[in-house]
Design a protein around this ligand. Structure first.
Ligand code: 9D3
Length: 253
């Protein structure tokens, strides 16, 4: 997959995408990440990319022409095409389902803004989709581009080792993880759950699924509402709830 990021801060993109699973996938040519800087498409001596808003008010608005030229250059540099996705607080919320859809594409252009945002006419002319990371205020779209690229690139075939690629199944995406433990067996008097030490793989599988279901139901019941539980899952979730109740009673007594 080829990703072009239109940004006034290309260093943020190049540095931020170079580590871990993402960096390795780029090194192995499973993905490429390049940047196009709208400032390089300005024609005035000051290389102006922003200007004061019509109608007045605080902040600056990103100018159409440097960005539309940069976006067209980014599209031309994409060998196989793909959507132009604007990153803005007004966009639809990015999630794992969208990450999976994007991972099927040959490429995409991500457009990161700064200041108060884009001139609306740029969005009308160039935007195929508008995406947000959620309801909080960032100072620009670059970290959103990095987050989206990380989520997408790790899904590309071969990006994760074979042993973890099962994680790509939609199955595991809508449940929280179970708790994890590693050596030593005791830390400051805190033990590892005995079932994980006994080596009964069927018991371990059931314990992990039970913990995942239980933690999801406590912290994010909305995730379970979207999910059809199997008979086993229903049973394990009820077991978790009974166990939590008896733990709480033990604490009271
Ligand atoms: C404080 C400025 N706000 C006026 C009430 C509007 C505003 C403009 C520009 C808020 C944030 C930004 C910059 N943010 C992004 O470019 C951005 C973003 C975000 O802030 N949160 C979540 N997802 C995204 S995607 C792009």
């Amino acid at each position: 997959m080829d990703i072009q990021v239109v940004t006034l801060f290309p260093d943020m993109i190049q540095l931020g995408s170079g580590f871990g699973v993402c960096g390795r996938a780029i090194d192995r040519n499973l993905a490429s990440v390049s940047s196009v800087n709208p400032r390089d498409f300005t024609t005035d001596v000051h290389r102006t990319v922003d200007d004061r808003p019509y109608g007045g008010g605080p902040g600056m608005v990103l100018k159409v022409e440097p960005f539309s030229r940069a976006i067209r250059a980014a599209k031309r540099a994409l060998p196989a095409g793909g959507p132009v996705i604007f990153l803005s607080p007004q966009g639809r919320r990015f999630d794992q389902r969208i990450a999976r859809e994007l991972a099927e594409l040959p490429g995409m252009v991500l457009v990161a803004g700064r200041y108060e945002g884009f001139d609306e006419r740029l969005i009308e002319a160039e935007c195929d989709d508008e995406m947000s990371l959620g309801d909080f205020v960032l100072s620009g779209g670059e970290v959103v581009a990095l987050a989206m690229m990380d989520a997408v690139i790790r899904l590309l075939p071969g990006a994760l080792g074979d042993e973890t690629s099962a994680e790509n199944d939609s199955f595991s995406d809508d449940l929280f993880d179970c708790p994890h433990y590693t050596r030593p067996e005791q830390v400051d008097g805190m033990a590892v759950p005995q079932v994980l030490l006994d080596g009964n793989h069927e018991e371990i599988r059931r314990w992990r699924l039970k913990q995942a279901l239980g933690r999801t139901s406590v912290r994010r019941p909305d995730l379970l509402d979207r999910r059809q539980l199997t008979d086993e899952e229903e049973r394990l979730l009820r077991e978790y709830q009974t166990e939590q109740q008896s733990k709480q009673l033990q604490q009271v007594n």
